[in-house]
Every structure is written in C-alpha cells, then in structure tokens.
Design a protein around this ligand. Structure first.
Ligand SMILES: [Zn+2]
Length: 466
C-alpha cells in the first residue's frame, strides 16, 4: 500500500508524510476575514483543505482541524463604518453567511474555529515573550513591532532575501520602524476603533499574531500541517514563522501547504482587483440541488497546486461529468455492504490521492470505474464508485434526487414554473389513451424547459435536467 507524500512549500519538495504523533495530525488553515461573502477563489482554498482533511481521515488519521476567523481588521472596521453598522453585527452576519457557503460546498466543520477577538490574551502573552527575547520593540507611535533583523530565519518559507526585500520596498519608511520590513504586532488604540487594555497600552492585534497565538493554543508549539492560499506565503506565513519560532525556539510547522490561485482571465481572482464572483452567486446561478457539489467538483478536479481558470464552460463541464457519475449510480444502485477496496482501481485511486492529493488522476480512475459500472452493471462496483467518491466528499447524494435537480423549473415564460412530475404523469396517461400528439407535445414542452425524459422498459419514465 502506498503512503502519503505531500509537497512541502518550505523545502520545495514532495516528502513522505510523517506525523509528529503516529496516527494523529494537527492541521491549521488560515480562515476568512469576515467583512463580506467569500469569493470563489477563497472557496477553492477551503475546498482544497477540506479534501486534505477528508483524505487524511479516510486514511485512518485522527485529524484535529483548526481554521480561524479573523474578526478584527482594518477592512472590517472600514466596512462597518461605511455601512453604519456595529462591527459585531457585521462580523456575526458574515460568519453565519460563511457557514452557509461552507455547508453548500459540503465542507466539514473544523474541530475548532477560533476567532481572533477571543484570543487577545494569548496574543498579548506571545508578544510579551517576543519582547523579552529582544524580538519585539515599542515604536515611537506606541505600536509594537516585530524586529525582522533579529530573527535569523526570516524569508526561509518564501525564499526571499532581506536585502532584496528592502530594495523592493517602495513605501516610504515609517519613522516608527527600525527596519521597513518590521511588521506590527500590536496597534495602539485610535478613537472609534475597538481596543483592548494591555501592558503595551490600549490597542488591538496586528493580523499575523493571531495565527501564531491561536495555532499554538489549539495544536501546540509545533504541529504537522499549515495550509492557506498561495499568496499568504509572504508576508503572512513568513511572519507567523518569525513570531512562533522566535518565541518558542523550535520548529513551528512540519509541512506547509499552499493552494494555487483561481484566475479570471490572466489575473488571480481577488477582492482587491474587483474581478470576483462570490461563492453564493455562483452556486445560485446553478441548479439548486446540484450547484454546491458542481462548484466543489469544478474547484477540486484540477490539482491544488495548479492555477485554475474560472469559466462558465469549465463549470458546466464539471456539472456534466458529475451528472455522468450520478447517472451510473442511478442505473446501477450500489450494493449493500462494504466496498471492495482491494480492487485494482481502488488501489490506483489511493495511489493518486497519496501522491500529493493528485485529484486529476484520482478522478480519471473514477471515470474508468464509472465505465466499468456501466459495462458490467455490477452493484459491487457501483458501491466502490460511491465509496471512493465519499472519501473526498463526492457522490453521496441520492442519485434520483440529484439528477432531477431543483423542483421549481423556469419554463422560460415570464418566470412561470412547471410541475415536471405532473406533466410526466399526464404524458403517461396520454400515451395509455393513445393520444400521442398530446404526449409528444408534453415532451416538447419539457424539452424547451430543459428537461430530458428517459422512457424505461416497463413503462416508467425518468427525467433529469439537461
Ligand atoms: Zn494565518
């Protein structure tokens, strides 16, 4: 049996995965800043790490999955101010919307979802340790900074050299900082901003310190896997390493995993470029029953370290492929009992997933398995298809219900909806009465509404959306 290998951004190599404690995995993923709906690029990152968690668990690991929520930040304060809304109301609403989006994407809830505002104490403790070790200092503006030049490993994750970074620093050197690369740990309170009392004076945390403090509380000073989007390598993850290793003087994370961008055209999808779709608007543009799994499939069928283009065509293609899997499961209902994991296709699927979560190969294996199900009509193979899909969170819906899709279908006439089941029953009655003109008219009406009918031996008719 193959064992798991993961590409580690820190070493730039694929390495055999060896957990700190046999059989257990601590995994931390940088979560959302809660001021707005997540866009589909964010959904890609969270879907990738959901896949990682599911595969680790399917492989027998006991995983502790932590994904934080950043609920204190300039963007949150700006948004709350512009909306004339209290910060807490904005963050609570956004956290709830995020949970809804995650549920639609079938993402597992993390074991712990720490919020920054509830970990101010641990953050201040950590800043205190850094100050006592000479790695943090109080600026003239009363902010507290991390002193990058005093941490020898700075730049090792993103492989940047401090002198190059300084040369590339275009912003004017802030007078309060000793070095332009120093980053803020604690920001002095300003009027109208949330603040907490501290030995450094009233203020609020910088962004980076929360992940160091919360991951340590939830997973310990050293843990197995830290994940996030590609763009978080620098400066966020570099700064997390500096804070955690500076304070604890031991390795922070064994394996760093980064998921690649989702692109719009040639550019990364991002809020700052204003070229994004929110996750919910994409799902809502799709079938209400199929949309969540369709988007999840679109996001995960490419390899997580390859950039992915967001296009309607690719999204539709993902839907067609997914419906093909469900059609096989409808035609050949999975047998009862345990799937045969010793089948050669099961072994190839496992090898692909163990090879740094190689989903393109894993899904190609499922394609082959689907063809085998169609050819042999073997309930045992259908059971294996469903079971393998289930290891990474796919193909678990009832095939009949999934393929029918949403119940309310726009007939294209002023947004009117049609009752498909009633029309199918009326067509059956017309056929029994040998009124074939009426039966054909109903088929044509359903066809123009995007419904395909399949007459089965024995007289039953099944339908699905095109
Ligand atoms: Zn983080």
């Amino acid at each position: 049996m193959s064992s798991l290998a993961i590409y580690n951004t820190l070493t730039r190599r694929k390495e055999p995965f060896v957990p700190l404690v046999p059989g257990k995995v601590g995994l931390y993923v940088c979560g959302p800043t809660v001021y707005d709906f997540i866009h589909v690029g964010n959904a890609r990152t969270f879907s990738v790490f959901d896949l990682v968690v599911r595969w680790l668990r399917s492989s027998g690991y006991a995983v502790t999955y932590v994904r934080n929520i950043t609920d204190v930040d300039d963007k949150i304060m700006d948004r709350a101010r512009s909306r004339g809304e209290p910060i807490e109301a904005l963050t609570e609403r956004t956290v709830a919307a995020f949970a809804e989006d995650c549920a639609r994407l079938n993402l597992l809830a993390p074991d712990s979802e720490p919020r920054a505002t509830r970990y101010i104490g641990p953050m201040l403790e950590l800043i205190g340790v850094l100050e006592s070790k000479g790695l943090a200092y109080r600026g003239a503006n009363a902010d507290v900074y991390f002193s990058v030049r005093d941490f020898p490993g700075y730049g090792k994750l993103s492989r940047r050299n401090l002198d190059d970074l300084r040369a590339g620093e275009r912003v004017a050197v802030e007078a309060a900082k000793r070095d332009p690369l120093d980053f803020v740990l604690w920001k002095a309170a300003k009027p109208g901003e949330p603040s907490w009392p501290s030995v450094f004076g009233a203020g609020r945390p910088g962004w980076h310190i929360e992940c160091s403090a919360m991951s340590c509380r939830e997973l310990g000073e050293t843990f197995d896997i830290h994940g996030g989007g590609w763009d978080l390598q620098f400066p966020h993850h570099e700064n997390e390493i500096a804070q955690s290793e500076g304070a604890h003087e031991k390795p922070f994370v064994n394996v760093w995993m980064h998921s690649a961008f989702l692109n719009m055209g040639d550019e990364k999808m991002s809020k700052s470029l204003c070229n994004f779709f929110t996750t919910r608007e994409v799902i809502e543009s799709l079938d209400p029953v199929q949309g969540g799994e369709q988007l999840r499939f679109f996001l995960l069928r490419g390899h997580y370290r390859s950039e992915l283009a967001f296009t309607r065509e690719l999204l539709e293609d993902a839907g067609n492929t997914l419906r093909g899997f469900y059609t096989a499961l409808r035609e050949v209902p999975p047998g009862e009992g345990e799937a045969d994991r010793s089948h050669p296709l099961a072994a190839r699927f496992r090898d692909a997933m163990n090879d740094d979560f190689d989903t393109p190969v894993a899904f190609a294996v499922l394609h082959e398995l689907r063809a085998e199900v169609n050819r042999t009509r073997s309930p045992a193979l259908a059971g294996l298809l469903k079971a393998l899909g289930g290891t990474i969170g796919f193909l678990q819906a009832d095939p009949e219900a999934f393929l029918k899709g949403g119940v309310s279908i726009d007939a294209g006439k002023g947004g009117a909806t049609i009752d498909v089941d009633a029309l199918v029953a009326e067509r059956a009655a017309a056929k029994r009465a040998r009124d074939f003109a009426r039966a054909d008219a109903i088929r044509a009406q359903l066809d123009s509404a995007g419904i395909v009918l399949e007459d089965k031996p024995g007289g039953a008719t099944e339908w699905r959306k095109k």
